[in-house]
Design a protein around this ligand. Structure first.
Ligand SMILES: CC(=O)SCCNC(=O)CCNC(=O)[C@H](O)C(C)(C)COP(=O)(O)OP(=O)(O)OC[C@H]1O[C@@H](n2cnc3c(N)ncnc32)[C@H](O)[C@@H]1OP(=O)(O)O
Ligand SMILES: CC(=O)C(=O)O
Length: 525
């Protein structure tokens, strides 16, 4: 048996966070992934809240979960209502889950001001509801809402509410830092007192991230003997979110030697899955699972990690399914360039003229406003050009763009003409587009297709414009970042100019040029 169980509330408390909505089918898919990953409890929702959650539990019963136990969430019975007659408690039982989690009030202020009842009735509500659910054969988790605030206000009152849950037969009492304002030292101290005063019922922890201490507080509780951690994948949840399980899990497993999941390597992919399914962007700087969690940019760091990865990495990235990234920028040393060149199959010597020239060119261009971090394609071209492993596929003679807006209600027209040379042959093409950049992209492709039919495979996936230096207002330098793809891979290219059309042109041309260079080099290999 595990010494600490993982209780996931992504499907309940996670959905209380702004911008995190899940359909019933999304919830089912996430539940399956959580089960496969080895989470012990999955809180699916609150049946007393909405029809979607009622339906979820009906469908989830058919899931054939291999490991996790499903929990339905709700509150204690209402004040002055018999527990058998409480509609919300009935729905909790009708959800037919092996586990039911109920929350109740620990803070006297909440009892008198929010519930507007007496301390005695509140304790009866907790005790009766736990007992009733136990009598119906459920494993009962009792979430002590506002426990730490309640304890700081009156330890005796807060402990008496826990005792009421224990008397009602709760299997675990979970201390909640509902407002997220408690410090790890306080959590530790209070948890130790709970352990001493209620020794026969295991305690767990449920924290919120309002002081960015959700994870630290959960770890402090485990240090004090906590047996369950409640949290969400990627920390989604009410306000600033809940304790982030994608951080807690590797901390427990890799730093504290507490085995909680069988395949930690699946962590990053689980994190991306939940982002994707909820249509949220991935948080690049997320510890352990973020894209940049093991990305090295400073030249000195890159030099060191090449010699010894753990010189700047606190764990092996592969242990959580992540990988080391090396970035090239104005902060690079030759080591960054050497690694990139090696990856391109053109190894370079440290101290060689080529390595020095490439590094100098990167620094010069970054000073002009280029950024190679997200433009690996442009960096690849820069290296090939410097090493004379590059054949120019075409020469631009001229391009022209126009945008015509009619006052009589006609659709505006965006037009581009492009004149290029491939060897001695000229091609002069005009095309229209949704905007001038689109027209330019279309005209260029049309002009090239006769010479390079393979460019049919390339499409433009993303286009971003950023002002490099804002002080020149509309004459400021712009950086355009383009992502192109061929269905198998994608690559970023960058262009910089005071003119956004020219910056776009540079980035688009590099995107197509790189594709042609790669094809040519693959053909030679
Ligand atoms: C800390 C947490 O995250 S707890 C979970 C919070 N999550 C949610 O609220 C999401 C789901 N909630 C809902 O769908 C709705 O709020 C419902 C269906 C549960 C309740 O809706 P309504 O009956 O319209 O009540 P409303 O939301 O306005 O007010 C909550 C009521 O619950 C009572 N209540 C609050 N906590 C408890 C408790 N632990 N035990 C019993 N009653 C409680 C409040 O006193 C209030 O009743 P009152 O107005 O008679 O005093
Ligand atoms: C129960 C719960 O979600 C909280 O107290 O934060």
């Amino acid at each position: 048996m595990k010494s600490v169980s993982l209780y996931d509330t992504t499907l309940r408390d996670g959905t209380q966070g702004e911008g995190f909505q899940l359909s019933m089918l999304d919830k089912l898919r996430i539940a399956q992934r959580l089960d496969a990953f080895g989470v012990d409890y999955i809180e699916g929702g609150w049946p007393g809240s909405n029809p979607k959650d009622i339906e979820f539990f009906q469908e989830a019963a058919k899931l054939d979960l291999k490991h996790a136990r499903l929990a339905a969430f709700g509150s204690t019975r209402r004040a002055n209502v018999a527990v058998e007659d409480d509609g919300q408690v009935k729905l909790l039982l009708e959800a037919n889950t092996p586990v039911v989690t109920i929350f109740g009030k620990s803070w006297e202020l909440q009892v008198t001001e929010v519930l507007r009842t007496t301390v005695e009735e509140n304790q009866a509500m907790i005790r009766d509801t736990c007992r009733h659910l136990k009598e119906h054969g459920r494993e009962v988790v009792y979430d002590a809402e506002h426990f730490f605030d309640g304890f700081k206000d009156s330890p005796e009152h807060a402990l008496a509410t826990l005792q009421a849950a224990a008397d009602g037969g709760a299997d675990c009492v979970v201390l909640c830092d509902t407002n997220g304002g408690t410090l790890p030292s306080e959590v530790m101290q209070i948890c130790m007192q709970v352990k001493e005063r209620i020794p026969d019922t295991p305690f767990g922890i449920h924290t919120h991230n309002d002081c960015e201490l959700g994870v630290a507080n959960a770890i402090a509780a485990v240090k004090a003997g906590g047996a369950q951690i409640q949290g969400t994948i990627n920390g989604y949840g009410e306000r600033t979110g809940n304790c982030n399980l994608t951080s807690v899990i590797p901390i427990l497993q890799l730093k504290m030697g507490i085995e909680v999941v069988p395949n930690l390597e699946g962590l990053q992919s689980l994190s991306h899955f939940v982002d994707d399914i909820s249509n949220n962007p991935h948080f690049a700087r997320a510890p352990f699972v973020g894209r940049t969690a093991f990305a090295h940019k400073g030249g000195m760091h890159v030099n060191a990690v090449q010699k010894l990865a753990r010189s700047y990495e606190h764990i092996e990235p592969g242990k959580v399914g992540n990988s080391q990234q090396i970035l090239v920028s104005e902060l690079s040393g030759q080591s960054n360039i050497l690694i990139k060149a090696e990856q391109l199959g053109v190894p370079l010597e440290k101290g060689s003229d080529e390595a020095k020239a490439i590094l100098a060119r990167v620094k010069e261009l970054e000073n002009e406003g280029y950024s190679f971090e997200a433009a690996g394609g442009s960096l690849e071209l820069l290296i090939l050009r410097q090493l004379e492993r590059y054949e120019k596929p075409f020469e631009l003679k001229e391009f022209h763009t126009s945008y015509r807006l009619y006052r009589d209600g006609h659709q505006p027209v965006c037009e581009a003409t492009v004149k290029i040379f491939v060897g001695d042959e000229a091609e002069y093409i005009v095309d229209e587009g949704h905007g001038v950049v689109n027209a330019l992209d279309r005209a260029l492709r049309k002009a090239l297709i006769r010479f390079y039919p393979e460019i049919e495979e390339v499409s433009l996936l993303d286009y971003k414009v950023r002002i490099v230096d804002g002080h020149d207002a509309t004459a400021a330098k712009t950086r355009v970042l383009v992502v192109s793809g061929d269905g198998e891979s994608s690559w970023g290219t960058v262009g910089v100019s005071e003119n956004v059309i020219e910056a776009s042109w540079i980035a688009i041309v590099d995107g197509i040029d790189l594709f042609l260079q790669r094809k040519r080099r693959a053909g030679q290999a």
